[in-house]
Design a protein around this ligand. Structure first.
Ligand SMILES: [Zn+2]
Length: 368
């Protein structure tokens, strides 16, 4: 049986799961995160760390476009660094004596037991694209919270070259500024998610992340709520289904959080599971058999408001038709909502509707 991979078991909620069997069970404390350059493609590196001919692995692989794959739970130990303790000294993967720079090393304890490793797509010669840096920052923040790490360059945020300066001096490469990265990773207000504004396009990249959204809703929910254990699953459907049809998953999730008062409204309760007041005004409100179906109907309605039939791709058209009230949307609404601000007076009569979503988005980001 395939067991679900849960955050409490060391699986990052915003990473793609690509499990590898190359690890040691457990760890001996998390003292640092080690950054690597994969010297290969994202998919090629994942495959190599799963079944390549050399027995190596890493916890994470980050792509140049900002995708994150997780191969090993952060509670377990990857085979990433190639150091071993022999006859009272350190040797590298070739068995050659080395003098590692990392002051966190414990004589006799393989640093794989004490570190979490992140591989980065591409060559050590190339500077990291913004999307890759942001994805790494996001991952470092999650790791920092989960493993109580405060980052400091050369101490708790290091490179492979700090462990094997002989054979891996260029891993991850001289473009990586550990001090600046550590500083940004320690400060949750820099970079990455800016949240939604009135001008945010309905069809656009993610303007915020799943994790703070889940944390926010979980904090809002009362202890007896029927959804206490389901928040990550329900909100996860937005990140699962929205990007494939070009919708900003955070924007849609913020709308759900706003419309349902963090899943606490009567409309959100089972058996209705109505995520965003779908059909409430015209049809007495819709009910959905599951949240996954409900979220897709919600995304379909956003798409129908944002796009005419001619402007929609086949995948967008399919999503629109998953909305049971697709055929009843007034033709004047089709394609009338390009930006969040356009929802005011259209999705809901309230002229402040979009402004309230912007405020909600800020509250969610501050919940991190
Ligand atoms: Zn490396």
């Amino acid at each position: 049986m395939l067991m679900p991979r849960r955050e409490q078991d060391g699986w990052c909620p915003f990473a793609e799961h690509a499990p590898s069997t190359r690890y040691w069970l457990g760890n001996r404390g998390r003292r640092a995160v080690v950054l690597h350059s994969a010297e290969g493609s994202y998919r090629g590196t994942i495959a190599w760390l799963q079944n390549g001919s050399v027995q190596v692995s890493a916890h994470f692989v980050v792509s140049r476009s900002g995708q994150i794959a997780q191969l090993i739970s952060t509670d377990d130990s990857a085979w990433a660094n190639g150091l071993a303790w022999q006859n009272g000294g350190w040797v590298n993967a070739r068995g050659v004596a080395v003098r590692p720079r990392w002051p966190g090393l414990t004589p006799g304890v393989n640093p794989n037991w004490q570190t979490i490793s992140i591989e980065h797509e591409g060559s050590h010669r190339d500077p990291w694209p913004e999307a890759m840096r942001n994805a790494t920052l996001r991952l470092l923040r999650w790791l920092g919270v989960r493993h109580s790490l405060r980052y400091s360059g050369g101490q708790t945020l290091i490179g492979h070259g700090d462990l094997d300066p002989l054979d891996r001096p260029n891993c991850p490469g001289h473009h990586v500024d550990f001090d600046r990265l550590a500083e940004a990773a320690n400060d949750p207000t820099t970079g990455v998610a800016q949240g939604v504004q009135q001008e945010s396009p309905i069809c656009g990249p993610a303007s915020g992340e799943l994790e703070p959204t889940v944390r926010y809703v979980e904090r809002q929910l009362g202890p007896t709520s029927e959804y206490r254990r389901d928040v990550a699953t329900i909100m996860g459907y937005y990140w699962q289904h929205a990007p494939a049809v070009g919708v900003d998953p955070f924007l849609a999730a913020v709308q759900c959080v706003h419309e349902t008062g963090s899943l606490q409204s009567q409309w959100a309760a089972r058996p209705r599971r109505n995520p965003a007041g779908l059909g409430v005004h015209d049809e007495g409100g819709l009910s959905f058999p599951s949240w996954e179906v409900a979220v897709q109907a919600h995304l379909g309605q956003l798409l129908a408001f944002a796009l005419s039939d001619e402007a929609a791709t086949p995948a967008q058209r399919v999503m629109m038709e998953r909305n049971p009230r697709f055929g009843r949307i007034s033709p004047s609404m089709r394609g009338s909502v390009q930006q969040l601000g356009d929802l005011s007076g259209r999705w809901a009569p309230d002229p402040e509707y979009a402004a309230k979503m912007v405020a909600r988005s800020q509250a969610i980001l501050q919940a991190f």
